[in-house]
Design a protein around this ligand. Sequence first.
Ligand code: BGC
Length: 767
Amino acid sequence: MKQINLLLVSLLLAFSAFSQNEKIPQLGTDKIDDVISAMTLQEKVYLLVGMGDDAWKTPPTGQKSVMLGDAAGLTYPIPRFGITSAVLTDGPAGLRIKVEQSLASHPFYCTAFPTATSLAATWNTALVEEVGKAMGNEVLEYGSDVLLAPAINIQRNPLGGRNFEYYSEDPLVVGKMAAAMIRGIQSNGVGTSLKHFVANNIETNRTSINEVISQRALREIYLRGFEIAVKESQPWTVMTSYNRINGFYTSENRDLLTSILRDEWGFQGMVMTDWGGGKDAVAQMNAGNDMLMPGNGQRQELIDAVNNKLLNESVLDQNVSRALAFIMKTPRFRGYTPTYTPDLKAHAQVAHDAAGETMVLLKNDKNALPFASNVKRVALFGKTSYHFIAGGTGSGEVNYNPAAEASINDALVSGGYKLLQPLSDFYKNFIDSLVAGAKPRDKKWVVDFHSELPVSQNQISDQVKNSDIAVITIGRNAGEGSDRTAGNFLLSETEKDLIKSVSSAYHAANKKVVVVLNIGSPVSVADWRDDVDAVILAWQSGQEGANALVDILKGKINPSGKLAESFPMKYEDAPSSSTFPGEPKDNPVNAFYNEGIYVGYRYYSTFNVPVAYAFGYGLSYTQFQYSGISLNNNNVNNDIGVSVKVKNTGKVAGKEIVQLYVNAPAAETGKPVQELKAFAKTGLLKPGESETVSFKLSNSDLASFRTDLSSWVTDKGTYEIRIGASSNDIRQKTSFDIPKTVVVEKVHNVLYPNLPLKELNVKASGK
Ligand code: BGC
């Protein structure tokens, strides 16, 4: 009996082993390697190349739910292994999908949050994380799996067409903002795609341009923000950029995607191309660019390459394994059922709160702002006053509910101000006629890109009598695919005339003039700012921007934003102005990054070039006093703690952004005169209230890149710590010594320039 039982058991075991062998391994249940072993070459290649137009032509069986209209891309489902599609959607200022969805009974509106440039000006990582949480919730609840954001290229030149989608000219600000945004979005269980890796700082000829950049500038400036974001918050995916660097497309560069991103930084996720980026699918697979997006005809090329022994199938296996690990994390794979009804009201509040912290008070003579209590009637000039620019164009756009959109005009009216009817009608009629005359696809943008409307002296004189203050809005828009021109940086003659004529008429009547800048990237300010009393930078701060601006004009919110990008006196002062966009100028092939590491304030501070408004600058309705800088120890190996006390010495509550710059010894390598190494924002301090702000500095925070050693090195010598209210307003200083030079990290000697650079440098002091 016992023997019979044993036989039965072993038979059963054998049978179950047999049936398991027969079973097709399932993603999520079986090991990824087993799934890969059971996949055909064709299946592997289908998985690694996005669905492209196929997705919209022939929806895969049983996958109807993935059809999110205007999703940027989909990955291929392979139902026999339980491999679902992943839906990828733009973009950095909120989810970009179609409003009218074929299977839905209500519009799919999304929230237009402040653009990245605006968010960086908050210098508030906790707030950016909250924005990310709300954004990511819309991704989840509308049935997407990944938000193609954040976009974190350096604002290298003020004319960069996508600067509004990016955070800053400084890699530390970029990295910290991106890390916060990724944490926020991914806390919903959806993914991000940190983009565009790397140096997509030029839109002109973006899919072919070769950027010639030194190894040091790459390491210290262009890669650094990505490094911080990857190490601090592990985005699910990284998107390679369109451009070439030092001769190679980024998506085809194994040194970049494998040696640096994975081996040095420990990136765990999947790499995808930008849409149509790169040329050679085989090189992309070899480089570790796992997924080709949106997918267009590369499948046969890859199959042929394997069959002809030009591509090793094991390379595909590795890429497939990363793609499958990614798919397993997606809400769609986990079986999440979207509600299609995110809480748009709550998210509008998040957008409003964030917008209130983005705005930067650039000038405020004799407390022109907030409006005095006797200001009741406002004369509102400038087309953008009646048509707020919430964000830029291209994949960074968001389709938000037009009913949620407020112009500055609407927001002032809701704020209790009286607007002058003839003037409002004049602008509104102009806007209506522009929109009515535009082609359907241009209606949304026609006002933003149209030149300003001239206003006559008579019209201005009529307003002066009937209003208490004048507000003039200057707007600019830009977007993907092209850069701005040097002319676009300047105010037009009509805009300058408007500012001049309104200011002289109002000043003659002893009334004030405020200029609002509704822009995504710097414009010229030095040539007109003296005419006006106050200038407030409202950025392109999302659908709630105008409402938040009025809170600031009224004094309900005390502005607490500061610039994360310098405003030069003139465009020609920008360190890359003579090489931007590239050579030859009209149809560039190469772009020479001759300014090296001297980007933004690193250049202006080191070479004493005056700026209109410095990096880190922004006024408040109150004042702050800094005192008591102290170090907790003198040994950087134990991390140096720096603290400083900040006191609100003014009359209203406010928040202060405290910046820590370091002047490092430059005996062996030339260095910028100062570099931002840490920053913090205080809580809302009441008048008289103080807060002690603390920072930590480690050896690696202080290191510079030594090209000759391929290493990050902290030089011996004296380090001066400068605590500033901006890069040119240093309030407290102290210093410490590092007795011995330390090689903090040796890295791969890769990505060297393929053409000679005439790189700007500062001589090492040689001491
Ligand atoms: C842009 C990306 C975007 C992608 C998908 C590309 O043209 O450069 O930023 O995510 O399109 O829409």
